[in-house]
Design a protein around this ligand. Sequence first.
Ligand code: PGA
Length: 268
Amino acid sequence: MEKGNEFTDKMNEKMEIKIFKDYQALSEQAASEIEEVIKLKPDAVICLATGESPKLTYQLLVKKLIDGKIDLSDCTLIGLDEWVGVPPTTEGSCHHFLYKEIFSPLGISENQIHLFDALSGNLFLECQNMDKLILEKGDIDLMVVGIGMNGHIGFNEPGIPVDNYSHVINLDSTTQTVGQKYFAHPTELKKGITLGLKHLLQAEKVVLLANGDKKASIIKETLEGPISIDVPATVLRMHLNAMVIIDEEAAGLLSEKTLLDSQTASNV
Ligand code: PGA
């Protein structure tokens, strides 16, 4: 099945691609996808990424859930990753983002929230506890993820094995540089703690969000290049229920064939 870092068995290439006019439209669709999962399964286990890509989605989702008086008290919410050594109170940490955009506005109670403690003296134990929690919950119902400029998902950096669960990783130089955009001051971003690609592959459903022309090249590689751990997001093409929701700018380099497939899949 494997050839170098590539996976030659592409039998499961079923990824649904939805292309929207702009960031607003893709975010509205993504918020609806999340809302749908919660309505269908009130005790859903949902893993949330942070970053610019899902930010508007979460703001729209909060409004939908409040307006619809949708009860979230049985949901479990998991953070995808965190910068090791960055305090949770720092603007730029994944903790800070998730509390600001989702947990606080929705009044989610602490016992529903599971985030890596990236200041822990025992990060290995943090990983073990997260994996144990997910196992006890019986897997993740929905993972909402972004994609890095290097094709990472969470902090699953290029070259990472597909059979990893939670782990601590040395961050790729691209991630260290790009990550500065979240912080008010230059911040040392050497390591990350993250759920693994195995979690992604085992999740019931994965929704990947990307917008803007800066993502066009990595989206093309993800959807049209070889499935390889050199571009970790490509492994989503081995997932049976993965959806990519992007805007026209992020879709800007896709081939005619991919564009046709995506229109057929989503009628958008
Ligand atoms: P972004 O980050 O949504 O801020 O572009 C994506 C990522 O690095 O995973």
